[in-house]
Ligand binder design. Structure first.
Ligand SMILES: [Ca+2]
Ligand SMILES: [Ca+2]
Ligand SMILES: [Ca+2]
Ligand SMILES: [Ca+2]
Length: 131
């Protein structure tokens, strides 16, 4: 497990540009057709732009299943940014790379990384003491 403490670049789509779902007019609201994910494309456009036959070429679709029936819990795509506006309270504002909301793309990477082994075998993990 890695824990990074400090500043990390907001440029998730590494293009030196601030990518956001909020298109003109920018109003901090999810308007019709804006719930595209950070890439700005819905799946059919992703297939065209990236020349792919995959159902979700950008792998950015939101999905989850929290049904206790048959233990169908699945949160693998809970952080997807395409299609998250309709199903959750957290998705009602446009997704953006601008995490600190200062209006600019902060690209500084300046952080300390701590590596913590999660091996539970005491012989392999020097951080386990006392069993
Ligand atoms: Ca970007
Ligand atoms: Ca997308
Ligand atoms: Ca997609
Ligand atoms: Ca920023």
């Amino acid at each position: 497990m890695y824990i990074d403490l400090g500043k990390i670049s907001e440029d998730v789509i590494p293009n030196n540009r601030l990518d956001s779902e909020d298109k003109a007019p920018q109003n901090e609201l999810i308007d019709e057709g804006e719930d595209t994910g950070l890439d700005g494309y819905f799946d059919p456009q992703e297939q065209t732009v990236f020349g792919s036959q995959k159902s979700d070429p950008s792998n950015d679709n939101f999905a989850y299943n929290n049904s206790p029936l048959f233990d169908l819990y699945n949160y693998f795509n809970i952080n997807g940014t395409e299609g998250n506006a309709q199903l959750t309270d957290i998705g009602r504002v446009p997704d953006t790379e601008d995490l600190n909301r200062n209006g600019v793309l902060d690209q500084a990477n300046s952080y300390f990384r701590y590596e913590i082994p999660i091996d539970t075998t005491a012989a392999n993990n020097p951080y386990i003491h006392g069993g």
